[in-house]
Ligand binder design. Structure first.
Ligand SMILES: Nc1ncnc2c1ncn2[C@@H]1O[C@H](COP(=O)(O)OP(=O)(O)O)[C@@H](O)[C@H]1O
Ligand SMILES: [Mg+2]
Length: 488
């Protein structure tokens, strides 16, 4: 039963994590989530399957012992059981402290996980700066905090154990003293006295089991609390009840007085932006870094919702569409491509899960990736390593373009898709991208201005919003910011 619960809770937790928005993952460390999804849940089920069993068995033992001892001698039994509430009170006073320290322990385990993850994912940077010692120090610092936190939790556990043992002793001694007196005055016989001494052992072990169980209980409860914390986090961005499917997209995009700031920040990144892109038009955004170009792109698929104003696709506010259908109609190629650990084929197929191999191949050909893929040791079935480490930057970028070809969305967002590449790869990819852009509404961000010269419309973004707007030749004639950028 415990394992079944654990499995169910784990898949609920994972399913819920998948629904959470960008902003949640900006604030939360993956290592923390990992420890919640693995060790926390394990403790919950340990608790869940031991709880019914132990409570019933030891509960029965205590009740039966009580009844049996009462039939022998009532006052002696009452003396014995009078100590029980005091013992429970004293032991359970450790409960809150134990719970808090267990919680700290978990948080710190998650912290350690996060640190290991960060350091190992960045191992190439670590090595290139020869900063292994620094990483070790960082890790040891976290590890030391873990030690402290764990020590505190053992401290409370020790206090708890000592208290229970102490009261066990008190019980024993009380019964021996009272029993001997009762024996002496002839209230009870030697056989009854012997029975008492034997039953005390049963009783104290049962009580100890229950009290020890509180430890496991606390562990389970803190695990449960952390589980509920995530399950209670509501995704910021969800479908409305009356949301409709986005279908047969023509590709008109309209920004009307859009203002936006990132959650938890004060300053607007975008304020009162107005922007119109006709179906099939290609629009380029240029401007200094940090002016909000990527932010504009993130608003269209609703990775974040606007604070004021609205964004429309084909005349309908995007908040009225089902998220799923909205995002299925938008393809993004970004500067940082993410490859999943797996084969080339699996990574392209990600654009349209379940696609035929012939479609995957066609997409790779159009993205200019087919030739290098066939040259790999196992062709399309080559394992590309975690995050695609076995491929070059240009190769990864071409796979990510093939992915979007396969997805075949009517709206395309290219966010510095070629910025991190060398000239030759850039030229190759530029061709793939032009191929990809045909017949779609395209929003391109590029800082190499030669790549966007042919765009239908170019928008120059500064801190003040959209400063200039027009075609390449118009903007050059204008001798404004674009002209300056271009001549530089
Ligand atoms: N997740 C985030 N949380 C808070 N601020 C952010 C976040 N992402 C970007 N910013 C800030 O928003 C501004 C615009 O960023 P961005 O749109 O990425 O610029 P760029 O024009 O270079 O693409 C920057 O000042 C950046 O610091
Ligand atoms: Mg950017």
């Amino acid at each position: 039963m415990g394992t079944m619960m654990e499995t169910d809770m784990r898949s609920d937790l994972f399913a819920h994590l998948e629904t959470l928005s960008y902003s949640y993952f900006s604030e939360t460390k993956v290592g923390q989530i990992m420890s919640r999804i693995t060790s926390d849940l394990f403790d919950i089920t340990e608790f869940a399957h031991h709880c019914p069993e132990e409570i019933i068995i030891t509960g029965l033992k205590i009740i039966i012992a009580f009844i049996y001892l009462m039939t022998i001698d009532i006052p002696l039994t009452l003396i014995l059981f009078a100590i029980l509430p005091i013992m429970l009170f004293a032991s359970l006073s450790f409960r809150k402290k134990m719970r808090d320290s267990f919680k700290d322990r978990r948080t710190q385990t998650g912290e350690l996980n996060a640190q290991v993850e960060d350091s190992l994912l960045g191992i190439r940077v670590v090595k290139s700066f020869a900063n292994e010692e620094l990483e070790k120090e960082k890790f040891n610092r976290g590890n030391k905090i873990f030690f402290k936190v764990k020590k505190i939790s053992y401290h409370y556990m020790a206090g708890f154990q000592a208290t229970t043992k102490f009261f066990e002793g008190v019980m024993y001694i009380s019964v021996i003293i009272a029993g001997s007196i009762f024996l002496k005055i002839g209230r009870i016989g030697v056989d009854d006295f012997a029975a008492y001494i034997l039953y005390i052992a049963t009783l104290t072990t049962s009580i100890r089991t229950i009290l020890n169980f509180t430890e496991q209980f606390q562990n389970g409860i803190t695990g449960l609390e952390r589980f509920i914390e995530i399950m209670d986090t509501k995704p910021d961005i969800t479908d409305r009840n009356d949301a409709v499917e986005l279908k047969n997209v023509k590709g008109e995009i309209l920004f009307k007085n859009v203002s936006f700031k990132y959650p938890g920040t004060e300053q607007d990144v975008l304020s009162k932006i107005n922007l119109h892109i006709s179906p099939g038009e290609s629009v380029a955004l240029v401007g200094a870094s940090g002016t909000g170009k990527t932010t504009i792109c993130n608003l269209i698929p609703r990775f974040y919702d606007v604070d004021q104003g609205s964004i429309y696709i084909d005349g309908t506010d995007i908040r009225k569409f089902k998220l799923h259908s909205l995002r299925r109609n938008i393809g993004m190629v970004q500067q940082d491509v993410y490859m999943f650990s797996g084969t080339v084929r699996e990574n392209i197929e990600y654009g349209r899960p379940g696609a035929d191999f012939s479609d995957i191949e066609a997409a790779a050909k159009r993205a200019g990736a087919h030739d290098f893929i066939t040259a790999l040791p196992n062709g399309y079935d080559t394992y590309i390593g975690e995050r695609g480490v076995k491929l070059s930057g240009g190769q990864k970028q071409r796979l990510s373009i093939a992915r979007v070809f396969l997805k075949d969305p009517p709206i395309l967002i290219l966010d510095e898709a070629t910025s991190s590449l060398d000239n030759e790869s850039e030229k190759l990819i530029q061709k793939s991208l032009e191929e990809l852009s045909k017949g779609r509404t395209v929003l391109t961000i590029a800082h190499r201005l030669t790549t966007i010269k042919n765009a239908d419309k170019i928008l120059v973004i500064t801190e003040n919003g959209i400063e200039e707007e027009g075609s390449h030749s118009q903007l050059i004639e204008k001798h404004g910011i674009y002209y300056q950028l271009y001549t530089i």
